[in-house]
Ligand binder design. Structure first.
Ligand SMILES: NC(=O)c1ccc[n+]([C@@H]2O[C@H](COP(=O)([O-])OP(=O)(O)OC[C@H]3O[C@@H](n4cnc5c(N)ncnc54)[C@H](OP(=O)(O)O)[C@@H]3O)[C@@H](O)[C@H]2O)c1
Length: 267
């Protein structure tokens, strides 16, 4: 199987200031991609840009709030202005909200949708005309296994990831034959700042449920996907069993999920 050479590819990664995004940016830098780093925290992005430079890589950091369509359009314009093209877009920015559905306010729902779903929708809308003109490109959407199966105290978060999955699948069919690939990455719980950054208004302990993978593992799966585009990527392969089990017996998975939450409380 022939793998794509990523050298000199122009790549935007959102949510690059921490966790999975930061790890992926460092790995893409080692592949000699030209990187555009986006997130809100400028100091973190600048530190990452320095680390990339010390690896011999090239990057530009652009503080961006992905929930703001104007800022996202600026991000895409600035990328093309600096590098003349856009080859890979990694939509990774996102955050969690732990709350029972009945305790979730409309404002919280809109806010989490604006970042986790809106952010990707805006980047895709702005990037597609460029990729269509190039007749080449790759969009990688970092969703979650929580976009395939709902978990307790995460109704709004799961809904944003289900929405991302639906958008990705629709777009994948629209893009057939265009030269543009689109992939969905579905991590399980990952050891990052996600659980600290998440808003928690539940009695959920705000800790990962079940098995935890490292940000490095997810980042490696993202880079592998950029080299060899796949429709869906499961950085923790056995999670396919969960998806299979859920399609056969959702009520059994309900019970497993309840048990995992109970255990997380005891830990
Ligand atoms: N950790 C997990 O267990 C897990 C599991 C499955 C999927 N995921 C998904 O993986 C992705 C990365 O999460 P992570 O685990 O790496 O969490 P993280 O360490 O908290 O990193 C989240 C990143 O998203 C950025 N971000 C948040 N809101 C933003 C906004 N409005 N505009 C721009 N950037 C924003 C943050 O940067 P700033 O704060 O600087 O803006 C940060 O760089 C998320 O989409 C998450 O849903 C995580």
């Amino acid at each position: 199987m022939s793998h794509r050479n990523l050298q000199n590819r122009v790549l935007i990664i959102t949510g690059a200031s921490a966790g999975i995004g930061r790890e992926a940016a460092l790995l893409f830098a080692k592949e000699k991609c030209r990187l555009v780093l986006a997130a809100r925290r400028q100091d973190r992005l600048e530190k990452l840009a320095e680390d990339i430079k010390s690896l011999g890589g090239e990057s530009m950091s652009l503080p961006t709030d992905v929930s703001d369509q104007g800022q996202v359009e600026h991000l895409i314009r600035a990328t093309v202005k600096r590098f003349g093209r856009l080859d890979i877009l990694v939509n990774n920015a996102g955050y969690g909200l732990f709350a029972k559905v009945e305790d979730t306010t409309l404002e919280e729902l809109q806010s989490i949708f604006a970042t986790n779903f809106g952010g990707s929708f805006y980047t895709i809308k702005a990037a597609l005309p460029i990729m269509r003109q190039q007749k080449r490109g790759h969009i990688i959407n970092v969703s979650s296994i929580a976009g395939k199966r709902g978990f307790p105290f995460s109704g709004a978060y799961c809904a944003t990831k289900f929405a991302m999955n639906g958008l990705t699948e629709s777009l994948r069919t629209e893009l057939k034959g265009s030269g543009i690939d689109i992939s969905l990455v579905l991590p399980i719980s990952t050891a990052t700042e996600f659980f600290v950054a998440a808003k928690n208004k539940s009695n959920h302990p705000g800790r990962p449920l079940g098995i935890v993978q490292s940000a490095q593992q997810v980042a490696e799966a993202i880079v592998k996907c950029a080299k060899n585009p796949k429709a869906e990527v499961l950085p923790y392969r056995p999670s396919r069993l969960l998806m299979l089990l859920n399609s056969i017996s959702p009520s059994l998975v309900d019970r497993v999920a309840a048990k995992l939450v109970h255990r997380a409380h005891l830990r």
